[in-house]
Write a protein that binds this ligand. Structure first.
Ligand SMILES: C[S@@+](CC[C@H](N)C(=O)[O-])C[C@H]1O[C@@H](n2cnc3c(N)ncnc32)[C@H](O)[C@@H]1O
Length: 234
């Protein structure tokens, strides 16, 4: 199989509303380990989010509100909330995901300092919500071109601070390493099939920069990762 071009026709099993609910819930819960291993949010927190949160707190502006769009089972919030707590930062974490199955898994995780809403970026924007920062993980590659444009624009409208969208970078090496490395974590989940399909759907750095346009800078925060960085305009 060639990974030279994005495969936008392939669909992930978890995007099927009729997929096995137990396997889906197990997949969402196990993202906590997988994202910890591959998604590089420790470095993104250190380089992008923490400096902003520290500056806000020094200005005495009270608890920060950070939004995770497409929060899935809440694993990225769990990780970031732990890092911020260790740094003595006062943050309210809000996860938003329109999929009720993801919302149920995230809510059940009972993450201190976090709350989850079963809603999407467009609804939050229409409500006039404004956060101190907005982020997402593994959402961009799921979206069709028109959905990507709307999602990116919503995210900029939802904050006056940094916007950070992390995702996989497509490459044959990522595909080969994931195919082998996911083996012990895959049983009972969609992790193997969906992870490989995700890589086929994902962008290379320059493709994502072109898809998002001039308001965005696309970085490589770690091997096999892309990070779209924007500045909100709320
Ligand atoms: C693969 S999951 C990522 C879950 C989680 N961020 C993680 O990394 O484990 C992508 C999620 O994005 C959500 N999503 C898609 N469009 C969205 C939008 N406009 N606003 C908020 N969430 C959205 C989907 O419902 C889906 O649960």
């Amino acid at each position: 199989m060639s990974l030279r071009e994005r495969d936008t026709a392939v669909r992930e099993l978890m995007d099927d509303p009729d997929c096995d609910p137990d396997r889906l819930a197990a997949t969402l819960r196990r993202f906590r380990i997988v994202n910890r291993l591959v998604a590089a949010w420790g470095g993104v927190y250190r380089d992008h989010l923490r400096p902003h949160l520290v500056a806000r707190q020094r200005e005495g502006r009270g608890a920060a509100r950070v939004l995770d769009l497409g929060s899935g089972g809440g694993d990225v919030i769990a990780r970031l909330a732990g890092l911020a707590r260790r740094d003595g930062l006062d943050v309210e974490w809000v996860g938003a995901d329109p999929d009720p199955r993801a919302h149920a898994v995230a809510s059940a995780a009972a993450i201190p300092g976090a709350r989850f809403r079963c809603t999407d970026s467009g609804t939050l924007r229409a409500e006039g919500e404004v956060f101190d920062a907005v982020l997402s993980n593994h959402v961009l590659h799921h979206l069709a071109a028109d959905e990507l444009a709307a999602f990116a624009d919503d995210s900029l409208a939802l904050t006056d601070g940094p916007v950070l969208h992390g995702d996989i970078a497509r490459s044959p090496a990522a595909y080969g390493l994931y195919a082998v490395g996911i083996t012990p974590l895959a049983p009972g989940t969609f992790l193997r099939t969906d992870g490989l399909r995700s890589i086929r759907r994902s962008y290379r750095t320059e493709e994502l920069a072109q898809a998002l346009g001039p308001r965005w800078r696309v970085e490589t925060p770690a091997a096999f990762r892309v990070l779209a960085v924007g500045t909100g305009r709320a």
